[in-house]
Design a protein around this ligand. Structure first.
Ligand code: NAD
Length: 228
């Protein structure tokens, strides 16, 4: 058996960070060799890992990319809520490093991305699309990164003409719900994904961290990891 992948976890004290820590306990293929949270320098521990997983805050992304570039380490970025500038920083770093950048690591949501693209391609001009997303009230960004990705998937098909409205709900403790509604003359198609546990995102991030080892530089999505 190969030796376990040595991972740096950034945002380790947060909801997702703690979920990753719990999951790694029962995973023999990956070890957490260092953890960072707000106020910790990222660069020293970056030196001694094989890969870094980030579930922190968009404000940390530039420092994480700098440290990864300096030590030539692959990244798995799960953080959402990036500005255009912060996204460009990630894209720039992916010119030299392999990076999985995914607004959602769950298998179900990545299948939802795929279904949304297929449905939009079939419906074409008579149909409009809208997105509704609901999350716990502690979530900092709105709309969610997943809702923005769904809107990008719809726009990329060039079949849906309307500006896609996104309704965001921040209530209770919902882990994450995303609905795409296609409305046409006399009919509607509603696609919904409901996350019941944060473990689905953590499991996907670990899968991405193992997958990215030894890949060439580039910006990869979770759909690349899953082969969708
Ligand atoms: P959280 O607020 O519970 O945790 C974030 C953690 O990051 C906190 O411990 C905070 O102290 C730390 N942090 C903040 N700024 C930092 C910095 N500059 N450097 C290092 N650490 C810093 O949030 P969460 O629910 O764990 O979510 C974290 C991020 O992951 C959010 O952007 C969220 O939208 C995203 N998320 C992504 C997925 C996915 O599948 N891609 C799934 C769930 C959440």
């Amino acid at each position: 058996m190969n030796s376990p992948v040595r991972m740096l976890l950034i945002g380790a004290a947060g909801r997702m960070g703690k979920t990753v820590v719990d999951l790694v306990r029962s995973d023999q293929e990956i070890n957490i060799v260092a953890q960072c949270d707000l106020g910790d320098a990222v660069e020293p521990p970056m030196q001694n890992c094989d890969v870094a997983i980030d579930f922190s805050h968009a404000g940390a992304t530039a420092e994480i990319c700098r440290a990864a570039l300096r030590h030539n380490k692959p990244l798995v970025i799960g953080t959402t809520g990036h500005s255009q500038q912060q996204r460009r920083t990630v894209e720039g770093a992916a010119g030299s490093l392999p990076i999985v950048f995914a607004s959602n690591f769950s298998v179900g949501v990545n299948v939802l991305f795929w279904l949304t693209r297929k449905a939009a391609e079939q419906f074409g001009g008579d149909f409009s699309a809208a997105i509704i997303e609901a999350h716990h009230k502690m979530k900092k960004d709105a709309p969610s990164g997943t809702a923005k990705t769904l809107a990008e998937v719809l726009k990329a098909t060039q079949k849906i003409d309307n500006e896609i409205p996104i309704q965001s709900i921040r209530e209770g403790d919902a882990v994450g719900e995303h609905t795409v509604i296609f409305s046409g003359p006399g009919e509607r198609l509603v696609l919904t994904h409901r996350a019941a546990s944060r473990e689905i995102f953590a499991r996907g991030a670990l899968r991405a961290a193992k997958w990215i080892m030894g890949r060439p530089a580039g910006l990869y999505s979770m759909q690349d990891v899953l082969g969708l």
